[in-house]
Write a protein that binds this ligand. Structure first.
Ligand code: GLY
Length: 427
């Protein structure tokens, strides 16, 4: 079988890496891909939102299945376009992808189906939103309604910070039309966790839990990023909590998409806040998380291709989804300046040495080639991922590999997964 993966980050490298292990996959294509993906797939420089060009590749190369990594093409309707052409594709249609693309739509959906989430109100007027913030007080959460590459959410500690966020989103239009509306939401304090599940719209199968590190600096300091590292499992997600998430979040989600006849064949990812042993949904994403996918797929024992094909054909109930007992940790190495502006083209050294380590995979994110040399080409550059008997062992190995790699201006957090280890030691 021939498979096309759309995207070019660490998540897509992890997907390609896992697909390459399938006996049923003969060839993988990736648009646009990156320097690491190029070792496993034919990379073609087509934008993930150029649906016409992507469909042409699928037609001319006789590709059997397309897998969509990022949210942007999903929200613009790539799955609808491909399905109309009779093509197998993994990812929800545009209507269902609004669960990620519109925070207001998503919160209203949660309310309709009784999914636990913070109290909220939606505003399209700055004045009314500000009045509401003053009425409610701080801490309070301000969210731009539309897609903002993970940068449109502000947890305001004071009313002034909340007003600043409203001004930035609605008056200065920092996120363009994504800021036409805002969601002003109760701030629920607790521990965050990521919970992803495969669904074909009839069956829902959970993945193992994970935890992201969204801030740029150690100790969760500095601005939000796309994610600076992740690990799996997340100890906060006890078996009892996983059961609650399935009953209170995932099953109502499935009821909702069925009732509203949404075409959802892909991954539903709930960003959760765990407070007093209860899950609250902060947001839904309609795709694999990045970087959570790197440690999660490192633990997948079953054939990812079989699962994804079954999802796209509505036959998820027929395939096994099994996980390895090991833990996995992914440390993101980023360019200097990220999540702000950064330079590209820095030569990356030590990749071969790190790749040679047992139980280590170096997933590429923002990398490219300059002649024969691998160079940086994005904010998040690499996701160095290791597995081990427990999180402590996986973490040690991941950092051993990180120490072998260097590029000018590199930055990475030194405390990825330390909370999980601290929690275990405290037990
Ligand atoms: N790790 C956060 C996300 O994928 O949205």
């Amino acid at each position: 079988m021939k498979v096309l993966v759309i995207g070019g980050g660490g998540r897509e490298h992890a997907i390609v890496w896992k697909l390459a292990q399938s006996k049923r996959v003969d060839k993988i294509y990736c648009c646009p891909g990156n320097a690491g993906i190029a070792e496993l797939a034919e990379c073609i420089d087509i934008s993930p939102t150029d649906f016409g060009a992507l469909l042409n590749i699928v037609r001319y190369e006789w590709i059997d299945l397309t897998i969509v990594g990022p949210e942007d093409p999903l929200s613009k309707g790539i799955a609808d376009v491909f399905r109309k052409e009779g093509r197998h594709i993994f990812g929800p249609g545009a209507e269902a992808a609004r669960l990620e693309a519109s925070k207001a739509f998503s919160k209203d959906f949660m309310r309709r189906y009784g999914i636990p989430t913070g109290e909220y109100k939606v505003f399209n007027s700055y004045i009314h939103a500000e009045d509401y913030v003053r009425l409610k007080g701080a801490p309070i959460v301000i969210k731009a309604d539309g897609l903002a590459a993970g940068k449109g959410v502000f947890v305001a500690k004071t009313v002034e910070e909340a007003s600043d966020a409203l001004r930035l989103i609605m008056k200065e239009r920092a996120f363009g039309s994504a800021g036409d509306r805002v969601v002003v939401e109760e701030c629920i304090e607790g521990e965050e966790a990521s919970f992803m599940a495969f669904t074909d719209g009839n069956t829902i199968v959970p993945m193992v839990s994970s935890q992201d590190h969204k801030r740029i600096f150690d100790g969760d300091g500095g601005p939000n990023t796309g994610g600076m590292g992740a690990y799996s499992p997340a100890p906060v997600m006890t078996p009892e909590l996983e059961k609650q998430v399935m009953e209170k979040v995932m099953q109502p989600f499935l009821r909702g998409i069925k009732a509203e006849r949404m075409d959802f064949r892909g991954v539903i990812y709930a960003g959760l806040m765990i407070k007093e042993n209860k899950p609250y949904v902060l947001e839904f994403n309609c795709r694999f998380g990045d970087p959570e996918t790197q440690p999660v797929l490192a633990r997948l024992d079953s054939d990812l291709f079989e699962i994804i094909l079954a999802v796209s054909e509505g036959k998820l109930a027929e395939v096994p989804v099994k996980w390895k007992p090991e833990s996995a940790v992914c440390v993101v190495m980023a360019s200097k300046g990220y999540p702000g502006s950064y330079e590209k083209g820095k030569i990356i050294k030590g990749l071969q040495k790190a790749k040679g380590m047992k139980n280590v995979v170096v997933f590429h994110a923002g990398t490219g080639f300059n002649d024969d040399e691998v160079v940086t080409s994005g904010g998040r550059v690499l996701g160095v991922t290791a597995t081990g008997a427990d999180v402590a062992e996986a973490r040690e190995k991941a950092y051993d590999a990180v120490r072998l790699i260097s590029f000018e201006g590199m930055q990475f957090r030194k405390d990825i997964a330390s909370r999980a280890i601290g929690r275990k030691e405290a037990q």
